[in-house]
Design a protein around this ligand. Structure first.
Ligand code: ZN
Length: 158
């Protein structure tokens, strides 16, 4: 079931890219498709460097850094990928979803995990704000990831 949903999402993103390329009279290229495919496969937020590494690993012949950055910009303009503003030193990207995202940011190592919180969604649906019509929300939770928690415990017991 999960695999099917993922497959459907990948097809939707490919359709969106194709429509954007056509509307803007841009060429559909194997590199653009490959970058979208890898970005869709990555779980959670990624840096441009991480995306580049994964594309190099999976595409025969690899791609250039400038092609990757140009394509990332194009995917952003097409509304497929979004830049996250989480105060990280490196720019993080993530696939745009129609569902609100909750980002868990580790203040020790900077790792970011994306989760969906059904309880929060249900709560947010009930919220009303004066003279405002909400569309969606985003939430950043800062804290410590399990790896950093374990490390801190280990360091304290030595
Ligand atoms: Zn951490």
């Amino acid at each position: 079931m999960k695999t099917n949903n993922k497959k459907t999402a990948a097809i939707q993103q490919q359709d969106r890219l194709d429509a954007y390329l056509k509307a803007n009279r841009l060429r559909k290229t194997a590199e653009r498709d490959a970058i979208l495919h890898v970005a869709t496969d990555l779980r959670g937020p990624f840096t441009a460097q991480q995306l580049l590494q994964r594309v190099i690993d999976s595409v025969a012949g690899g791609i250039s850094r400038s092609t990757l950055y140009q394509t990332l910009r194009l995917l952003e303009q097409a509304g497929i990928v979004q830049r996250l503003q989480l105060g990280q030193p490196q720019t993080l990207y993530e696939l745009k979803t129609s569902h609100p995202q909750c980002h868990l940011v580790c203040t020790s190592c900077g790792r970011v995990k994306t989760v969906t919180d059904e309880h929060l969604d249900a709560f947010m649906l009930t919220r009303r704000y004066p003279a405002f019509n909400p569309i969606t929300y985003s939430l950043t939770v800062t804290g410590t990831c399990s790896t950093c928690s374990r490390r801190a415990r280990r360091d304290n017991t030595v």
